[in-house]
Design a protein around this ligand. Structure first.
Ligand code: TA6
Length: 282
């Protein structure tokens, strides 16, 4: 019998390790509630974690699935991507069965978050694995007595064999904001989006399912309640400016992010919202 839910350390930082008897494994950092590693049953690692990622308990970790909340990127006055990715979350529940393991981590407002963002909230990140699936769900509740709005993303770094040989399917016809080209609005015309240069796009009205097709494998990405999809690869020049990425790191990763950016989510007192990204290995 394996211990399906264990606490462990990765580079000196606390992580939760989820396992299922069929061989699926995930590691979740308590810092940021960030999934850092996921191997589906009988498969290989599907998330990119930079070999130069910094594990000091205060710097955002480069790779896995950073949780961007309550602000995506530089879309407001807060630090880039908000503060959830550089806060310690606590594990509030976990359970496992013969074909799954799931854990929920929680972050609430405190003096430090209120100094940046004056709202009372509770955020929960639930991560579940089993078979060929990884489910990541972010839930946010307004626990205060005034309304607030936020933007958010599950900023997933996929591990890819060679970024120039993949195709992203399912985005054709969508309008996107091209952050790599002065935030101009464009329409996607390609059947399969290929990556051979810097890409930083926010696609609006994204479909529930996107496929990342590689030579001998594929990954299905299902997003629920996240109306936007961000596709990012820094390419050579921007990658060289990231101190926590190796020079050729951009070739081994592709971010496909479930996001709510164009229209911020509004929460009245007592209201809640959730959004989910599911990865299915094929
Ligand atoms: O989601 C894409 C993006 O906003 C890019 O513009 C890029 O800067 C990336 O996130 C990473 O941001 P970070 O703050 O983690 O370096």
């Amino acid at each position: 019998m394996i211990d399906q839910i264990e606490t462990a350390e990765l580079h000196g930082q606390p992580v939760l390790k989820l396992q299922t008897p069929d061989g699926a494994v995930a590691l979740i950092s308590l810092f940021g509630a960030q999934v850092l590693s996921w191997t589906p049953a009988g498969g290989e690692e599907r998330l990119y974690l930079s070999p130069q990622a910094i594990f000091d308990g205060s710097t955002p970790i480069r790779g896995g699935t950073p949780v961007c909340f309550p602000q995506f990127a530089g879309e407001g006055p807060l630090p880039k991507h908000g503060f959830a990715r550089n806060r310690a979350w606590r594990v509030v529940s976990s359970r496992a069965g013969k074909d799954y393991a799931v854990a929920t981590l929680r972050l609430e407002d405190d003096a430090a978050t209120r100094a940046l963002w004056p709202h009372a909230f509770a955020a929960e990140m639930s991560v579940s694995i089993g078979g060929d699936r990884l489910d990541m769900e972010l839930a946010v509740e307004n626990t205060g007595d005034t309304a607030f709005s936020f933007t958010a993303a599950l900023h997933t770094y996929l591990k890819v064999r060679e970024v120039e040989s993949l195709r992203i399917e399912g985005l054709r016809g969508l309008e996107y904001r091209d952050s790599a080209d002065g935030d101009t609005f464009k329409k996607e015309t390609g059947v399969g989006v290929m990556i051979d240069d810097e890409v930083d796009r926010i696609y609006h009205g994204a479909p529930q399912t996107i496929l990342v097709r590689e030579d001998h494998r594929a990954l299905g990405i299902h997003n629920e309640n996240f109306p936007d999809v961000v596709v990012w690869n820094p390419w050579e020049h921007k990658c060289a400016q990231l101190a926590d990425m190796p020079a050729d790191g951009f070739r081994r990763m592709l971010c496909v992010e479930a996001a709510a950016v164009k229209t911020p989510i509004e929460l009245a007192p007592g209201a809640d919202w959730w959004g989910r990204q599911t990865l299915v290995a094929m």
